[in-house]
Design a protein around this ligand. Sequence first.
Ligand code: OOG
Ligand code: NI
Length: 463
Amino acid sequence: MKTISQWQLRAVFARRMSDMYGREVPAYTTLVDVSREVNAEALQHTDAERLGSIGRVTAERHGAIRVGTPSELNQVARIFGALGMHPVGFYDLREAAASAVPVVSTAFRPLDADELERNPFRVFTSMLTSADPRFFSEDVRRQLEIFLSGRELFPPELLELADRAERDGELPEDAAERFLRLAVGSFELSAEPVDRTWYATLEAISSVAADIGGVRSTHINHLTPRVLDIDELHRRMGERGIEMIDTIQGPPRWDGPDVLLRQTSFRALAEPRALREPDGSVTAGVSRVRFGEVEARGIALTREGRTHYDRLLAVVDRRLAERPGGSRDEITREVWEEGLPDTERGLIEQGLAFFTYRLREDRPRCGPRRPTSVLALLDGGWVDAEPIVYEDFLPRSAAGIFQSNLSGEGSRDNTQQAVHYDADWMAGAIDRHIHDPFALYERQRSDSISHVAKFLGLAGDLI
Ligand code: OOG
Ligand code: NI
């Protein structure tokens, strides 16, 4: 019988999730249509595919899901493991958000360049920090734990199939179909009535907590297509009557290279949701927990580049505070023009961004001594530099996405001591290594350099 490999499972899963979400949240379909339109037009520009082939970009999505406990997170990791997606990065959004966002997160995604090229599906996955007393009293925490331990997000058959796909690297066709059906089904919005009182108890603390711990199932919170011109997309969505948040988060539009990630979103319409009243009757309610988001991806920054980026953002905040009423976009652009090199070469020279290097066909065959630095190889025409795309997320933008989704500020008692969570804690909870995004990009860069050095017979390390 035919077998389906992990990357094929991933590609089909991403496509079916997209179809399902389009049925559940129709504005998402508009977003995908407009993204496609904008991408087709962007292809007219010569460098349109510099950060990914149009095939990859068209299929590219990220999703966001939220779970309640370490053991639910562990199960999610098994399901994504089956799809060749591994946990990368640790995000503590409790500190990144001004209002109550009691979660810690990681992103499941493919690791290797060829796997990313086949299908780069990634899912930002958050877990409720119910042990943090700044958000949850002893009493609520106990109730939450009882509630969460009594629910089953993923059927055992799904988890068994996931383990098998992860172990074997593939599934026979019929098992693959069963796995995909169960997996997509577990991220649909459940029709089961929501207990109104319990939901409201959590909502007073944080609407994120209610969305996660107030219901007996999980659901996809949003799916995000990738677009090559996010400013144009923002404008066109407005024309179609879909009101986006008024900012694009992350770096500004400017004439220099795009780095990291720019994102913008809209709040989805209210969706019908059955409620169970205290007297046991079921009434028709609505919930507004889901939304649409779109993103443009840029070049991955090195650790130094990232520190520099965070510094630039701090300058933006300061100037904005000094100039009340000033335009954030304009100030960000101004800060970028002062503070960031406006060419890819400049980013390389200052060690701010990641590139891979490839020997040029028309490289010099003889002549003066061969250079010993990457920059000299580049300037001398030996190699081309290709930007490495940023495959991860930004805590500040993620917090912004959560916040744009909240119905109220929630509450938080900062006199209580925070509970510490970190990447090691999460690795223990899901029994898997949490990959460091910087290390993954660095490996891609240094592999390409070793290859060049070996081919040219250059002794020692290139700097
Ligand atoms: C996840 C928010 C983070 C992003 O794109 O930064 C995110 C969520 O709302 O569950 O998706
Ligand atoms: Ni997102």
